[in-house]
Design a protein around this ligand. Structure first.
Ligand code: NAP
Ligand code: ZN
Ligand code: ZN
Length: 358
């Protein structure tokens, strides 16, 4: 393909400082990886911040399948352009940019042609753990720099701080995309299950779209935060009364839980024709009771991140509405502790690595 040959870098690879793991049960540690030289269509980005997504943990620990170790996770990248290839037209050194979960796709299949690169039929090239076009394995954003084709680089609007914008690149678009697709807005009643990284942004975004927003959390521990973020109601899934009170009352539910949940109980909260969209990605199956679906013509759906076009639209929407993540910025040396806190649902509401500490 001509595309491949024009992308082939001519110069030297560069060494990147990174944090990653050598095995599923190994802690994260400092390591070095090679980045390709800047090709004609490439942008080299000095990473300033990278969010910690629960997917980083699922992936690196081998919960989703085989991993090409060493693994360097991180797909909520915010930084500044350091260098551009000679054919790059969209970016210049100094621009504030982001990279999310994908760094390439086939660009030719039906879904790529329709602008849905995340659903690329042969499979998009993920920011980490994928085989790139040149045969190398991709390494993610727990690192000091990255080289990415300009078509998969996003512009971070001036109104957004780079640290709080970083989580928008995955958590933001993963919730924005289904909220738009299933038309959250004035007159719709939307519930968000799980108030973590994805969940807290889902609340802010759904509220900004004009929907009435309900949070379903394991307990009422974070209720004050949920209401401050914009929720109109906050319920505990540990309380049986929640499922009586909300039964048949919701148009749309976004499930962001990273573990198995009782889908049947949640489905019953939907009105006729309502949709439960699963974005949480636990490795185990999520059993769906047939009657939960057929009785009120309900739908159970899934959604994967969002397209590049949607990601830019989401960043612009967030800048316009003053939306960014609630973050705890950490030095790279605290990544293992941060992962443990994510696993305990003790995150308020996204950890972000300060890349200057690598
Ligand atoms: P997170 O920050 O850990 O949030 C998950 C939330 O789920 C927790 O804060 C907690 O909320 C709730 N939760 C956790 N364990 C639970 C359990 N055993 N039972 C009930 N609720 C539980 O994770 P995240 O980064 O938002 O990611 C969430 C999930 O989405 C992960 O599986 C991730 O891989 C997946 N994901 C999918 C996509 C996609 O494209 N579809 C993109 C990004 C991430 P409460 O404390 O409020 O209950
Ligand atoms: Zn993610
Ligand atoms: Zn494709």
């Amino acid at each position: 393909m001509t595309e491949t040959s024009t992308r082939a870098p001519s110069g030297e690879t560069t060494s990147a400082r990174a944090v990653g793991a050598h095995a599923a049960d190994a802690p994260l540690e400092a390591l070095e990886v090679q980045r390709r030289a800047v090709g004609p269509k490439d942008v080299r980005i000095d990473i300033r911040f990278c969010g910690i997504c629960h997917s980083d943990i699922h992936f690196t620990r081998g919960e989703w399948g085989d991993v090409p170790y060493p693994a360097v996770p991180g797909h909520e990248i915010a930084g500044v352009v350091a260098e551009v290839g000679r054919e790059v037209t969209k970016f210049a050194p100094g621009d504030r940019v982001g990279v999310g979960c994908m760094v390439d796709s086939c660009r030719e299949c039906e879904n790529c042609q329709a602008g849905d690169e995340q659903y690329c039929i042969p499979g998009n090239t993920q920011t980490y753990g994928s085989t790139d076009r040149d045969g190398t394995i991709t390494y993610g954003g727990y690192s000091d720099h990255v080289v990415v084709d300009e078509d998969f680089v996003l512009r971070i609007p001036d109104g957004l701080e780079l640290d709080a914008a970083a989580p928008l690149l995955c958590a933001g678009v993963t919730t924005y995309s289904p909220l738009r697709h299933w038309e959250a807005g004035p007159g719709t009643r939307v519930a968000v299950v799980g108030l973590g990284g994805l969940g807290h942004l889902a609340v802010k975004i759904a509220k900004a779209m004009g929907a009435e927003v309900i949070v379903l959390s394991q307990s009422l521990r974070k209720k004050d935060d949920g209401l401050r973020l914009g929720a109109d109601g906050y319920y505990a899934t540990s309380d049986k009364a929640t499922f009586k009170e909300l039964r048949g009352s919701l148009d749309l539910i976004i499930n962001t839980v990273s573990a198995g949940v009782d889908i049947g109980r949640i489905l019953n909260l939907l009105k006729k024709d309502g949709t439960l969209v699963n974005v949480g990605a636990p490795p185990e199956p999520l059993p769906v009771p047939a009657f939960g679906l057929i009785m009120q013509r309900r739908s159970f759906a899934g959604s994967l991140i969002g397209s590049i076009r949607e990601t830019q639209e989401m960043l612009d929407f967030c800048a316009e509405h003053g939306i960014a993540a609630e973050i705890e910025v950490i030095p790279a040396s605290q990544v293992n502790e941060a992962w443990e806190r994510v696993l305990k649902s003790d995150v308020r509401y996204r950890f972000v690595i300060d890349s200057s500490t690598l």
